[in-house]
Design a protein around this ligand. Sequence first.
Ligand code: IPE
Ligand code: IPE
Ligand code: MG
Length: 274
Amino acid sequence: MTCSPTKKKKLCRFNCCSVSNTPSALMNRIPDPAVPTHVAIIMDGNGRWAIGRGLGRIFGHRKGVEAVRRTVDAARESGVRYLTLFAFSSENWRRPADEVNGIMELIASFIERELDNYHRQNMRFQMIGERHGLGPKVLAALTRAEAQTRDNTGLHVVVAINYGARGELASAMRVLARKVAEGALDPDAIDETMVGEHLDTFGIPDPDLVIRTSGEQRLSNFMLWQAAYAELVFIPCNWPDFDRDMFFEALGEYARRNRRFGAVSSPQAALTDF
Ligand code: IPE
Ligand code: IPE
Ligand code: MG
């Protein structure tokens, strides 16, 4: 009998760990609880993707739309229940007007083009973020998508547009403060659940997994409250290059994490973990 030569370990797409299975095979062995209920993605790196190819930034945003389509398909396939896509932050208004207008146009036309198809697939759309300040075209597209898919029970896609977590929290505090000032609320009754109920994400479970592309390792004002115990996966590729395999690799990485929420993971771990 001859020994087969030692195989070089295959690294995952992020070059951070070894993998022995293809992403699809990997999914087959992930037990159900290891599939996150809610995956949120900070879709970053469109500008760098374009600049690296000698193109204007808007080409990166255009290419990024294809990655959105791939990711929605992958999320449906994976069994994830909620997919949040961070598309435009409350700070992104600081960009040149033509880039901002281009992004808004892309969001509106993507929704218009895909809505009927996604509705047939039983998907639900919801926007989080500040509606005030958005142009009429993108607002109309979002409002129609929300209304048309309101009763759907499949993948719930949350699009964060003109969203900033600090603004969201400040707005919740304003509402609560007003209720207290009117005598309708006892300040001692304000707890974490009540705060959560006053955020844009009311009714949506906290993200289990936050993915950020482009190699940046920060939250950039994204879901600061909701991501308190999210697992973070940073992917060193720009958003337009993100694909199905990377999505499943991120789910595999999530499945290997040990979430403790401040407790200990098992009686055995209680004896050995520090
Ligand atoms: C993310 O890509 C898209 C938005 C923020 C709208 P960027 O446009 O931030 O791309 P980089 O980070 O400049 O490469
Ligand atoms: C975060 O990316 C916002 C979105 C992906 C929509 P940014 O590109 O705006 O974040 P910073 O400026 O690098 O922190
Ligand atoms: Mg960026």
